[in-house]
Design a protein. Structure first.
Length: 297
């Protein structure tokens, strides 16, 4: 047998679904739904090499801990909830040195009934989610990346793509000064590292406004920009998010193209449906362009 060793390992509990109702004295309620993943690192090699389960914090324990932390602490903003949960594992278990917590917040929007917000009724407002990725490292503080995912957007005009080498023998794509632009937005912003969970709590007033600002910047730039390319538009979004929040050190976007191709209908009685006459399109799922960028200060 060749000599072997564990070079890296982590384990945890994925897809822990949590729903919390926050009740207010005036009778109104807020609701929060999450899918949580916890992953632990530390002195756990012998669980792999020696079948030594004494170093294992069972994944069921991690699940139950998630419920207890959600009960005992606020879950809004989710950044603080993730930090408290991650910090719990490295503080409680001496052999666990790194804890990763990912929180996916699912969107519930309050209903408007009889012209006013209903105190306790909500609807699922699209598939967009809010994402938190938090890592607590013993002696090194807490890192947090906040984000948006699955935010589907489309503009029916105001987007172009030209200026590339159309003479390349592998290129058949024609330049265009007007096209449909659609994408499923994935955007993240990484906060400056926090020294402790107390520092996260001190900064928690920034988290929800930063999420709101990122969505607003994404919407407004997408809608108003006469986009020369996805690359340039996403860079401008990153610039604005960095300018809006001084506590953020990096912003990233991943934007897959959702293609809508013009259909040549000239075969049917000379019907014009291309260029400026295009009205009927064929949505395409794949293959698709995929554009990614990380912008730092």
């Amino acid at each position: 047998m060749p000599q072997a060793q564990v070079s890296y390992a982590k384990y945890g509990k994925d897809n822990v679904r949590v729903f919390k109702v926050q009740k207010h004295p005036d009778g109104t309620q807020d609701v929060f739904e999450f899918t949580v993943c916890t992953m632990l690192e530390g002195d756990i090699e012998t669980s792999y090499t020696k079948a030594d389960n004494s170093v294992v914090v069972p994944t069921d324990t991690q699940k139950q801990t998630t419920y207890i932390v959600a009960k005992q602490n606020p879950v809004d903003p989710p950044e603080t909830f993730a930090a408290v949960l991650a910090n719990h594992f490295i503080e409680r278990y001496a052999h666990i040195h790194v804890a990763h917590v990912k929180v996916i917040q699912h969107k519930w929007t309050r209903m408007t009934v009889d012209g006013k917000p209903h105190p306790h009724s909500f609807f699922r407002d699209g598939q967009e989610t809010r994402i938190i990725e938090c890592t607590a490292t013993e002696g090194q503080g807490i890192s947090i990346r906040s984000g948006i995912k699955d935010l589907l957007v489309l503009k029916s005009t105001g987007s172009a793509f030209y200026g590339y080498d159309t003479e390349d023998k592998y290129t058949i794509l024609p330049e265009t000064d007007d096209r449909i632009l659609s994408t499923s937005v994935e955007c993240g912003w990484k906060w400056n590292k926090f020294a402790s969970v107390d520092d996260v709590k001190k900064a928690e007033a920034k988290f929800n406004p930063a999420w709101e600002a990122a969505r607003k910047i994404t919407f407004e730039t997408f809608a108003k920009e006469e986009s020369p390319s996805v690359q340039n538009t996403m860079y401008k979004m990153c610039e604005q998010i960095l300018a809006a929040e001084s506590g953020v050190e990096a912003v990233d976007y991943t934007l897959p193209n959702k293609h809508y191709f013009q259909i040549d209908l000239s075969w049917f009685e000379g019907t014009k449906n291309t260029g400026k006459d295009a009205e009927v399109y064929a949505p395409q799922t794949d293959p698709n362009g995929l554009i990614h960028v990380v912008v730092t200060r």
